[in-house]
Write a protein that binds this ligand. Structure first.
Ligand code: FES
Ligand code: FES
Length: 159
């Protein structure tokens, strides 16, 4: 069985698993990191949204064999460490706006929000309504209005 090594939430991890196993299953079933949720498994629902090298990705659609040993995967569990705080400003905004209902989609929503804010900052601007429209994460509970408010508030808290 091939050895797969990558960086997970700041620390190198190695697992023995075939190349074509998707990263979501490696995270959840082999490494016990369950923040990224399994919804569709085919890159549609976005419940598993996490970050790779600081950008949003959906680990249900990436083969673990395609990760290099220097690739940094960050899940909701590792998000606060990226800012050296107990909670990331986006998580604080989520609590402040009382966003979740059942909660299932919310780790992915937060990870998508942080990646989106970083993306628009790289483009040298602040987040706009049209940017919020690009978030494709499905919420079966329909929390979309509060998500949009929280993303704007969380963006204000991000350095
Ligand atoms: S489980 Fe990954 S996008 Fe649906
Ligand atoms: S809060 Fe229930 S799926 Fe979004």
């Amino acid at each position: 069985m091939p050895k797969q090594t990558f960086i997970l939430n700041g620390k190198p991890v190695t697992v023995n698993v075939k190349d074509d196993v998707r990263v979501l299953w490696v995270l959840r079933d082999l490494l016990g990191v369950t923040g990224p949720k399994y919804g569709c498994g085919i890159n549609v629902c976005k419940a598993c949204t996490s970050h790779i090298n600081g950008k949003a990705f959906n680990p249900c659609s990436v083969r673990v064999g395609d990760l290099g040993r220097d690739d940094e995967v960050t899940t909701i569990e590792g998000l606060p460490d990226t800012v050296g705080q107990d909670l990331h400003p986006m998580q604080e905004a989520w609590i402040d706006r009382d966003v979740p209902q059942c909660g299932y989609c919310q780790p992915g929503q937060i990870m998508a929000a942080v990646a989106l804010v970083k993306k628009v900052r790289r483009e040298g601007r602040e987040i706009r309504d049209a940017d919020l429209d690009t978030i494709r994460n499905i919420c079966r509970c329909g929390t979309y209005t509060r998500i949009r408010e929280a993303v704007v508030q969380g963006a204000r808290g991000m350095a």
